[in-house]
Design a protein around this ligand. Structure first.
Ligand SMILES: *Cc1c(COP(=O)(O)O)cnc(C)c1O
Length: 467
């Protein structure tokens, strides 16, 4: 596809702008251009076609199946966008007098109350702007707690190897030593390994649950009991709460603190660099350390971000919770888990799951045997899916599974779509036997097939230089 600059024809254009009806202000000579900018010159129709063509070459949830695991586009209802766009929410200034913003305050309070109910926590902050930022906030709460009890010597945070990559990074950013522990063969935390590292220096444990292989840790009560017994606190990475919401509550499992990604589970689209919110909930004994809401108040109070955080994301979360209600929330998580298990079993027999057991909202395929036999890699399979109109799943993550493909179908896909997707996986499994070369060169239908990913990330060309 051509760039818009390459479609430009000198002298062509569409003058749809009216004449300026105010006086021009003269710019100082030093600031003025010496040459007119090299803008593309193109007719209105061609311009419209250009953007429509670009749009057709982007794959989103509105175009087709998007099973990207871990950081999925979950359900983003349009009605929540409409509610968040109401002028009463968008045209309010954070420093507006409190008696004019009671409605916004109510949104924050209600959303906090409902999310406490969903998670089993006693307090909530919406300041953190992302999941990892929420983790950072939560671990600082734990640190303040220990400091306040004269236990600042607790300097270790335990992180299982099946945790999301942000967990160890967060602990290190908070100044903790990260103690990694391995998983047992069943994908859960190895209890003996946990016991071996617990001690007087344990500040806490960070658990991603379901973990990055999509498994709910069956020893979760024992894990939190052991950590508490050693004097540590337990942090729950609840980024993907659509696996458990309305079914079980981290607060009841013994966790002291949690973050949720409102931009994954609670209606705001994830990805694309838009605003997010990592709501952090905590139990009563951590509540006094929560960030203060508007401006810095009190000595040593945490402030993670300006004002109340990304407020409109909270509006969407509240709209989502109120739309689903007490019945809809557990139904959404039940469907997310059902869909993942259905798809996993429909694919099984060809590509094999890394762990042959019931999964939660996502599952991981292990293609290492398959690659040894056919030479076709997880990357080749992912690229081949593009030709069928499916967004590739997450690849090569988690690191504990080699040749991993991680799929999360989400709660909103129909059985027909899941069957369609499973059939494509099975087809590709067979194609690898007969025509591996074709798959090494996939995709065959996209403008860009196999970019040099390192170069694309490190030295992207973001600017067109006119000749
Ligand atoms: C996405 C995710 C995070 C990080 O969230 P960001 O908003 O990308 O910072 C943390 N933990 C888990 C399990 C996640 O899936």
């Amino acid at each position: 596809m051509k760039l818009i600059f390459e479609k430009s024809v000198k002298g062509r254009g569409s003058s749809i702008l009216g004449k300026c009806d105010v006086e021009y202000a003269a710019l100082p000579e030093a600031l003025a251009r010496t040459q007119a900018p090299a803008l593309p010159e193109i007719s209105e129709t061609d311009l419209s076609r250009h953007y429509t063509e670009l749009c057709h070459n982007v794959h989103g949830v509105n175009c087709g199946f998007y099973p990207l695991g871990s950081c999925t586009m979950k359900y983003n209802p349009r009605i929540d966008e409409e509610i968040a766009a109401l002028p009463g929410f968008t045209a309010v200034h954070p420093l507006a007098p409190a008696d004019t913003t009671a409605g916004c305050r109510e949104v924050l309070d209600k959303a906090g109350e409902y999310l406490c109910e969903v998670t089993g926590m006693d307090g909530m902050t919406f300041q953190p702007a992302a999941g990892a930022h929420g983790e950072f906030t939560g671990i600082l709460l734990i640190k303040k707690y220990h400091d306040s009890r004269g236990e600042a010597h607790r300097n270790k945070i335990i992180v299982p190897d099946s945790a999301h990559g942000t967990n160890p990074a967060t602990a290190a950013m908070c100044g903790y030593q990260v103690v990694n522990i391995p998983s047992a063969p069943n994908g859960c935390v190895d209890l003996e390994a946990l016991k071996a590292v617990l001690g007087d220096d344990t500040a806490g444990l960070m658990l991603t649950n379901p973990n990055t292989v999509g498994i709910f840790d069956e020893n979760i009560l024992e894990i939190t009991r052991l950590v508490h017994e050693a004097g540590g606190l337990c942090y729950y990475d609840g980024a993907n709460l659509n696996a458990i919401m309305g079914a079980v509550r981290p607060g009841d499992m013994g966790f002291d603190c949690i973050h949720m990604n409102l931009h994954k589970t609670f209606a705001t689209p994830h990805g694309g660099g838009g605003p997010g919110a990592g709501a952090v909930g905590c139990k009563a004994h951590l509540k006094e350390f929560l960030p203060t809401s508007a401006l810095m108040e009190g000595e040593g109070a945490l402030q993670m971000r300006s004002f109340a955080g990304n407020f409109l994301v909270v509006v969407k979360a509240l709209a989502y919770i109120m739309t689903l209600g007490r019945e809809g929330i557990p139904e959404a998580s039940a469907n997310a888990v059902l869909n993942a298990n259905y798809l996993m079993r429909r694919i099984q027999g060809t590509f094999e799951p890394a762990f042959d057991r019931i999964c939660m909202h996502e599952f991981v395929l292990d293609l290492s045997e398959f690659k040894k036999r056919t030479g076709v890699s997880a990357l080749d399979v992912a690229k081949s899916l593009i030709d069928y109109g499916m967004h590739p799943p997450t690849m090569y993550f988690p690191l504990i599974v080699h040749e991993a493909l991680m799929l999360e179908p989400t709660e909103t896909e129909s059985r027909e779509t899941l069957d369609w997707a499973a059939d494509i996986f099975r087809k590709l499994y067979e194609l690898a036997e007969t025509d591996p070369e074709y798959m090494h060169n996939a995709p065959h239908s996209a403008y860009i097939a196999r970019p040099d990913e390192v170069r694309a990330a490190r030295t992207p060309i973001l600017r067109y230089t006119a000749e």
